[in-house]
Design a protein around this ligand. Sequence first.
Ligand SMILES: [Zn+2]
Length: 239
Amino acid sequence: MHAEYEDLDSLLEIQRIDLMVMQLKKQRIELPQRIQVMRLLKKREEIQAKLEQVVELNKKADHEMTLVEDEDRLLAEKQLRAQEFIDASGSDYRSVESHSKEMAGMVKRRETLAQKMVSIGEQLAKIKGVRDQLEGAVQVSIAEEARLRSEFESHDTALADQVKSLNAKRAELMAGLPKNLAELYEKTAARSGGVAVGKLQESTCGVCRSVIDGGRLIELRASAPLGTCPNCKRLLVIE
Ligand SMILES: [Zn+2]
C-alpha cells in the first residue's frame, strides 16, 4: 500500500514507543516495594499477635500482684491491731496468747506473700523486656513501611511521568500520519497485542518470524513500501 517514507518512520517510532510504554507499565506493576510492603505487613501482624499475648500476660501478672499487695496491706493492718490488743491486754494472758498466735500466723503468711511479690516482680520484669522488644519491632516496621511507601511513590511517579511524555510524543506522531494509516495501525495493534508493525527481513516477517513463500512474497513485495504479513497479519515495512 502507498505510504510516505517519513510516515513509515513514524509508524516504527510509534511502535517503539508502544513497546516502551508496555514495558514501563509492567515495571510499575512489578515495583519491588509492593511485595516488600505486603511482606512487612504480614510480619508485623505476627509481631502484633505475639505482643497481644504478652500484654495479656502483663495484665494477669499485674492483677496477681495487686491481689498479693492488697492481702499484705490488710494483714499489716491486722497485725498492728493485734499488737495494740496485746499491748492493752496487760495481765490477761489468755488474750495475749490468742493474739500472739494470730500474730505468728500473720507473719508467716506475710513471708509467703513477700516471696510471691518477688517472684511476680521478676516475672513482670521479664514480660516488660519482651514487651519493649516487640513494641520496638512494631515501631521499626512502621518506619520501614513509610520508607518503602515513599520510595515506591517516587519510583512509580517517575515511571508514570515517562509514560506520560511518551504518550504525548505518540499523539504527536499519530496526528502527523494520514488518517487511514493511523487507524490501520491502531486496529492492528489492538488485534495483535501491542506489536503492530515490523520489517520484512529478506523473506521473513520481522515479528512472527514466519518465512513467506514465493507467490505470497512476490505479492507482498508488490505492495511496498507497506504490506501485511500473510501469517500474523501485522503491518510490514518493505524496504
Ligand atoms: Zn508475521
